[in-house]
Ligand binder design. Structure first.
Ligand SMILES: *Cc1c(COP(=O)(O)O)cnc(C)c1O
Length: 366
């Protein structure tokens, strides 16, 4: 094969490794029914109102969508309680993360600060942009090291990224601590709070700084339709940020990144409060059940403000993961997060949750 010349830092890129799909596992182990609790997707699937909205608009697929997704931007601003000028809707919150890095950071000069065992996108985007990554160690039990993040930042830090609620631990930073962090960062440094799971944090006012958004000049919050709204496959997320930054990003980005069906799906998802509330109830019930049952089975369990639970089983985690897989239950082994002795399992339907606990119990007691 011919070798291609690219920027040298691209040559040793570690690709993003997604969770395994149901089809892959069915084929590999000859299984007919497989339960997937690996990618933090919505336990209730897709809202029926969303399905109808997509069907209703399917024949409009030949049209370009409206650029910058104005109707959904307005709806999202209302839900978040922030001015419309501060919202940027994107092709998943991943698009917003990627754009932020490319817009804000200067290759070879800027650095970005985040903590270890976090979402792979931050490191990937930083590397692609030629930025220095300052990866801050976590404290005991993977506590979020907010003070150490502030210490690692200097005048060349483009942004500090905090995932809260955190993936994969489920831990969440309190709103006071985030406010303090925003206040002590160097003048030109953004605090980016990835709130992909914020809908599951309870009570929300203890966790999200968005409620006091007008008091911050350097705060960016990232949210997504992939989890609580059940739209991971449609690719829809948004950033809440100071209006001047949002305006610059609107100017610089490529057109039409959010497709026409995704905008309709997002609008319908916001309308369907029944589905949203049922999702929250299922997740809260499921994570309490997991926390109790996993503890009973002798696992170390992290308290979760999210739609998943991280735990350390009392035997080799990779073996547990593999045995579950062969029995048709997909969870996430956390080797790729640098936590090889831990597993993350997301809340499914009540029945899926019971089957998972049963299967795990058989493995640990067998
Ligand atoms: C799932 C997730 C997201 C969402 O990404 P999308 O591109 O909106 O699907 C963002 N950040 C973290 C930490 C996540 O786990």
């Amino acid at each position: 094969m011919r070798e291609f010349t690219v920027r040298p830092e691209i040559l040793d890129f570690a690709p993003y490794v997604p969770g395994l799909t149901i089809e892959q596992i069915q084929e590999r182990y000859g299984l007919t029914s497989v339960i997937k609790l690996a990618s933090n997707e919505n336990p209730l699937g897709t809202s029926p109102l969303v399905v109808k909205a997509i069907e209703r608009n399917a024949a409009r697929a030949f049209r370009y969508p409206e650029n910058h997704t104005p109707r959904l931007t307005r709806a999202v601003a209302e839900v978040a309680g922030v001015p419309e000028e501060c919202v940027l809707v994107g092709n998943g919150s991943d698009e917003i993360i990627d754009m932020l890095f490319r817009m804000k950071a200067v290759p070879g000069i800027s650095n970005v600060v985040f903590y270890e065992h976090s979402f792979a996108m931050y490191g990937m985007c930083a590397k692609l942009c030629g930025l220095e990554c300052r990866v801050v160690p976590r404290g005991e039990d993977c506590a979020l090291p907010l003070d150490a993040l502030a210490e690692a930042a200097d005048e060349n830090t483009a942004m500090v990224v905090v995932t809260s609620p955190d993936n994969p631990t489920g831990l969440a930073a309190g709103v006071e601590d985030l406010t303090v962090l925003a206040g002590v960062l160097p003048r030109d440094c953004l605090l980016v709070v990835d709130e992909a799971y914020i809908e599951f944090a309870w009570p929300p006012e203890s966790y999200s700084p968005v409620q006091a958004f007008d008091k911050f000049e350097n705060l960016v919050c990232l949210r997504t339709f992939s989890k609580a709204y059940g739209l991971a496959g449609m690719r829809l997320g948004y950033g809440i940020m100071p209006a001047p930054l949002a305006a610059l990003m609107r100017n610089a980005r490529i057109p039409f990144t959010v497709n026409l069906l995704a905008e309709e799906a997002g609008l319908a998802a916001i309308e369907d409060e029944v589905f949203f509330n049922e999702t929250l109830a299922t997740v809260m019930r499921g994570r309490e059940y997991f926390t109790n049952e996993l503890t009973r089975l002798g696992c170390k369990v992290w308290p979760s403000q999210s739609n998943f639970v991280m735990f350390r089983p009392p035997m080799d985690a990779k073996t547990v993961f593999q045995t579950l897989l062969e029995g048709g239950i997909i969870v996430r082994h956390l080797g790729s997060f640098g936590l090889a002795d831990c597993i993350r399992v997301n809340v499914g339907t009540d029945k899926e949750n019971r089957l998972f606990i049963q299967a795990l119990g058989d493995i640990l007691n067998g």
